[in-house]
Ligand binder design. Structure first.
Ligand SMILES: [Zn+2]
Length: 429
């Protein structure tokens, strides 16, 4: 006969009989009962353990005393699990006694045996209440009794631990865990596409922006801020040339100048989109806040003073006392004792802005005073990519919220760089 005690793999992690057992369970759960039974016969392996088979025959035959003996005879059960399993059996037993009209025997069972089980008073009270209120009483048809015994077996399958039973959908669960682990270890993962289980999962660099796709040179001085609109169709930039520019994102990812917003008297330090992307706020440094209609580039209503945003170009130590050379990520729920930290970029003198990006916000991007753009996978403190191209400090980055492989960076070298995946070899001048 075939030796089923052997291991299936070289590492000795998978026992052959256990592997066949979960396959048989899977076949049954998928409805391939003939195939499952055929495999059970051919491999001489059953997905049900000897103990569970015994319980099955005792329960279907209403052999309650032997059934209880079996449960009390199973080794390695915790008291809690054993009590829960015995309670389920007693409950079925009680229902069948009541169905026969033997109320006194039912009450004796409830008082002497069920109430002494360590299953929590609530459960026992609920059962007693059911009897008193009539929910559990009355003649029950034989076919219903038979069905309830099968349901009891299903419940016991969930209560009793492996290897007596197998957890539900064991093979599917193992495959799900394997796929999830592969996705979790995929540092470039930025896709909503379904992952195939036919091969090991791996995403390439082309999932995220890594190469300059386009250089925007319309600003006449340092570019301090960039922000994609919420719908990903526009980019707004602001500069020390006292202007802001609205850019439109074309279908091919190229950006075209839509409007130049030129009525500030001072450098424009900050822009912000309205939630519906129909309006844009621009803030002049120590000056006024202006609200613009995105489509017409007309200023709306009155101007607002905004002296509070002056700090954006101050030295970091003076402005907020943040530790330099690190980005910290905190969870809003406050469950983390410490923030996650991201290192590698340079941040000594100025405020350098960072952002989330990519599928499921899996990535963090940041400008840097060494002229590079840094990208981290959220799970790692070391940079995943360092994008080289700017010639001076990169002040701000913005990741397109609708195009996970499009990133914009603003630099003191007067340019905005649009970064795309490495497969895009046709850089727009
Ligand atoms: Zn991936």
């Amino acid at each position: 006969m075939e030796n089923l005690s052997t291991d299936l793999d070289r590492k000795g992690l998978i026992k052959k009989h256990e592997f066949i057992r979960v396959i048989i369970q899977c076949l049954y759960s998928l409805g391939y009962e003939e195939s499952a039974a055929c495999l059970e016969s051919e491999a001489n392996v059953s997905y049900k353990s000897a103990e569970f088979k015994l319980l099955e025959s005792q329960i279907l035959g209403a052999d309650w005393d032997d059934c209880l003996d079996t449960l009390y005879g199973i080794k390695d059960l915790t008291d809690e699990v054993r009590a829960s399993a015995v309670f389920l059996v007693f409950k079925q037993c009680l229902l069948e006694i009541l169905s026969r009209g033997d109320d006194s025997m039912a009450l004796a069972l409830l008082r002497k045996q069920i109430s002494s089980l360590n299953v929590g008073k609530e459960k026992v009270h609920k059962l007693a209440f059911g009897i008193l209120s009539g929910n559990e009483m009355g003649k029950v048809e034989d076919h219903i009794i038979s069905e309830l015994r099968k349901r009891l077996l299903t419940k016991l399958e969930k209560v009793l631990p492996p290897p007596i039973t197998l957890p539900e959908r064991r093979l599917e669960h193992l495959v799900e865990m394997a796929v999830s682990a592969q996705i979790d270890s995929c540092m470039y993962h930025s896709s909503i596409d379904a992952v195939t289980i036919c091969e090991d999962h791996h995403c390439g660099r082309d999932q995220i922006p890594t190469e300059t796709y386009q250089i925007l040179t319309d600003h006449k001085n340092e570019v301090w801020f960039v922000q994609f609109s919420n719908n990903g169709q526009y980019l707004a930039s602001s500069s020390s040339d006292c202007s802001a520019i609205l850019w439109e994102v074309m279908d091919d990812g190229e950006l075209r100048l839509k409007h130049t917003l030129q009525s500030h008297q001072n450098p424009v330090s900050f822009v912000a989109w309205s939630p519906d992307d129909t309006m844009l706020l621009t803030c002049g440094n120590a000056e006024v806040l202006k609200m613009w209609d995105v489509q017409t580039a007309v200023t709306l209503k009155r101007e607002f003073t905004c002296g509070t945003l002056m700090a954006t170009r101050l030295r970091l130590g003076e402005a907020c006392g943040c530790p330099s050379q690190e980005i910290h990520m905190w969870d809003i729920a406050g469950t983390w004792a410490k923030p996650l930290k991201y290192k590698g970029h340079m941040q000594n003198k100025y405020v350098i802005r960072s952002c989330f990006g990519g599928f499921n916000s899996n990535f963090i991007a940041s400008g840097s005073e060494d002229s590079n753009v840094y990208i981290w996978n959220r799970r790692s403190s070391d940079p995943l990519e360092i994008l080289v191209g700017h010639s001076m400090t990169v002040n701000c980055v913005s990741w397109n919220p609708k195009r996970p492989n499009l990133l914009a960076s603003a630099s003191d070298d007067h340019t905005i760089r649009i970064w795309g995946p490495c497969s895009s070899d046709n850089m727009k001048p």
